[in-house]
Design a protein around this ligand. Structure first.
Ligand SMILES: NC(=O)c1ccc[n+]([C@@H]2O[C@H](COP(=O)([O-])OP(=O)(O)OC[C@H]3O[C@@H](n4cnc5c(N)ncnc54)[C@H](OP(=O)(O)O)[C@@H]3O)[C@@H](O)[C@H]2O)c1
Length: 323
């Protein structure tokens, strides 16, 4: 594939992993919209790029900028950032504008990066705003597919040119916001304590590298994996499981301590209640088992990493890593 792919969120963690893989595995040129083409993150992406990446400065909420970057591309990967506005309605509105612009520009392929529909999966019980805005865009894509089917539109754009990639929390969060702290453990050993809001729930996680892999795979093998969309994950981990697996791999004594959701709600300004709701979702529903097909994912991508393989690959030994 030697198209030009617009990577929305390309200066971010997910977009960066997608760019790295697209550069490795395809001949595509890439267009990256950014608010600041001279930021550290933008410079890092340009350094990888072998002249195949163009940064275009602007704000995607500006119609002229959106139109400019769309007119430079044939295909789109789109990961919007909920935390830009902390509003599911704002994320939905931006997602719709990006999709509708891509439709108008006749993009050949559009991969929309989504998250699980927390409200639908819990019969309305648990809203997770930073999931729900993306899930609403995914629902809009499905609504348009249904309309295309009803109207018997041949080659409908939403049906044939759009695919939804539903992702999961990154293992890399354990190296930043969820990093363990040095502590004297409850058995008096010196080691690392993972203080996490997981309760007895199993967290679904995946490496950024594998999100990049699946995205490049989707572009290269368009809708050939048995359905239109793909929901990915690399492993499911309880808090205790993370600490045990970490100690087994690194030899560093470690333990899990549950962090009550109220602490997150009270201690993280503006979004603590949203992040706590995500934890509540994973305590209520084991999405790896119920909403993913790991065997199928491994058949598509035999190198898909579980947590232990990710630790081997990255050599991570518990230290915080700056992105
Ligand atoms: N953390 C996880 O485990 C995880 C897993 C799956 C999905 N997600 C979702 O991924 C999204 C974040 O992407 P990421 O993880 O790649 O984050 P990130 O590293 O913080 O990147 C943020 C991206 O958003 C762009 N952006 C555009 N307008 C922005 C604004 N007004 N404020 C801040 N950033 C803005 C940034 O571009 P410029 O700064 O260059 O303009 C950058 O490319 C969130 O919606 C999150 O829910 C996260």
């Amino acid at each position: 594939m030697n198209d030009t792919i617009l990577v929305v969120g390309g200066t971010g963690l997910m977009g960066g992993a997608v760019i790295e893989r697209l550069l490795q595995a395809t001949d595509a040129s890439l267009v990256i919209p950014t608010r600041d083409a001279r930021s550290e993150r933008a410079s890092k992406v340009l350094a990888l790029s072998e002249g195949r990446v163009r940064m275009v400065e602007g704000d995607l909420s500006d119609d002229a900028h959106l139109d400019e970057v769309m007119s430079m591309a044939d295909a789109v990967f789109c990961n919007t950032n909920f935390f830009a506005a902390n509003s599911p309605v704002a994320e939905y509105t931006l997602g719709r504008r990006i999709l509708d612009s891509a439709h108008t520009h006749g993009m050949k392929r559009f991969v929309y990066s989504s998250l699980d529909d927390a409200l639908a999966l819990t019969q309305g019980a648990i809203a997770v705003p930073h999931y729900d805005g993306k899930a609403a865009v995914a629902a809009y894509i499905n609504l348009m597919r249904s309309e295309e089917m009803m109207q018997r539109v041949e080659e409908g754009w939403f049906s044939n040119n759009v695919s939804i990639l539903t992702t999961a929390p990154y293992f890399e969060n354990l190296t930043s916001g969820l990093a363990p702290s040095p502590a004297t453990l409850s058995d008096a050993r010196e080691g690392l304590r993972f203080t996490l809001p997981f309760g007895e729930g199993a967290y679904p996680m995946i490496s950024l590298q594998d999100i990049g892999w699946f995205t490049a795979y989707m572009f290269a093998h368009w809708q050939s994996w048995g359905s239109r969309d793909l929901a990915v994950v690399g492993d499911r981990l309880t808090g205790r499981g993370i600490a045990e697996s970490f100690e087994k791999q690194t030899g560093i004594p470690s333990e899990y301590q549950d962090l009550p959701l109220e602490v997150i709600i009270d201690s993280i300004p503006h979004v603590g209640h949203d992040l706590a709701a995500m934890s509540a979702l994973f305590q209520a529903r084991d999405i790896t088992i119920q909403d993913r097909d790991l065997n199928h994912l491994r058949s598509l991508h035999p190198g898909l990493m579980n947590f232990q393989q990710w630790m081997v690959t990255t050599g991570w030994r518990g230290a915080p890593v700056s992105p």
